[in-house]
Design a protein around this ligand. Sequence first.
Ligand code: UDP
Ligand code: MG
Length: 336
Amino acid sequence: MDVQQAARISALPVLGLVLPCYNEQEVLPETTARLCALLDRMKLAGDIAADSAIFYVDDGSRDGTWRLIDEYAQRDCAVCGIKLSRNRGHQNALLCGLMTAPGDILISLDADLQDDLEVIPTMLAAYRQGSEIVFAVRSRRDKDSFFKRFAAESYYKFFAFMGAQIIYNHADFRLMSRRAVESLREYDESHLFLRALVLQLGFKTATVEFERAARFAGESKYPLSKMLGLAWQGITSFSAYPLRLITGVGIAVSLLSIALAAWALAVRIFTDDALPGWASMVIPMYFLGGVQLLSLGIFGEYLAKVYESSKKRPRFHVEVVCGRRFDARGEPLAGP
Ligand code: UDP
Ligand code: MG
């Protein structure tokens, strides 16, 4: 730990809790009550500074989510809100929160109380020991449905097989120091997969384990289509392995074709059965057609990424903010 870091850690840190919310009106009252209680407890214990706060990012909800956030912000000085102009997806909402919320330390978590709040003090302890990023990792998945558990575990394994780095069973429940957040700001990717991007930063990291609870109320905002989208996003943003796989398949198919051609030639020269069968004509045709279409699809997927990145469109627009950690113009108040 260097001298600057030690000095920073010894002062009482301002903590910001960042929670993306999409149609979460059923859980927000309970989440707010529990988070406020936790912050009060940690403030009283002298673990965090008095202006530590909760930052809800409303990701274009269509229900009463923003109304509730605004109401809590007027009532309780520890609650702040950031409203996006429309639904931009969990990863963009989370990034917006991290880029906007002030604080020496930011902890991102889901709004549905699946992430165990009791490990937050443990994460803070790891920060005090010099870690700039602390990953909360699920110890078990028995509260998930069989399908979700199977899909998630296969995905982590597949991701590792593709040669990309990711922390097993870690989603987006994570502590980041101000230094780590500022480093993340320098990444200008249009396709976000934060859990892998954060690993690119380096710095000292730590992991803490927690048991993930079932969703407190409401339904999952990650249906199968969104889950598959995020999974594919992760792979194509962090690995060129699928492209290499195509080259491998291409080489294998070419070798096979040479062998088939040699066989056909041998039949032609050394036997009288020169009329080749229908099957040996159409099977390679279908097979090659399939491989080519699949390859084109994967190429297209990467090309689409380049195309979208080249447009450099903003990832989100903030419509309005509320809470006492923002000034009258909506800018985060001075300080860390
Ligand atoms: N979320 C969001 N925008 C979306 C989808 C989800 O901000 O488009 C938020 C959601 O409100 C929650 C978090 O992302 O706080 C994780 O979503 P969810 O709990 O539904 O996912 P699951 O735990 O089922 O994977
Ligand atoms: Mg959830």
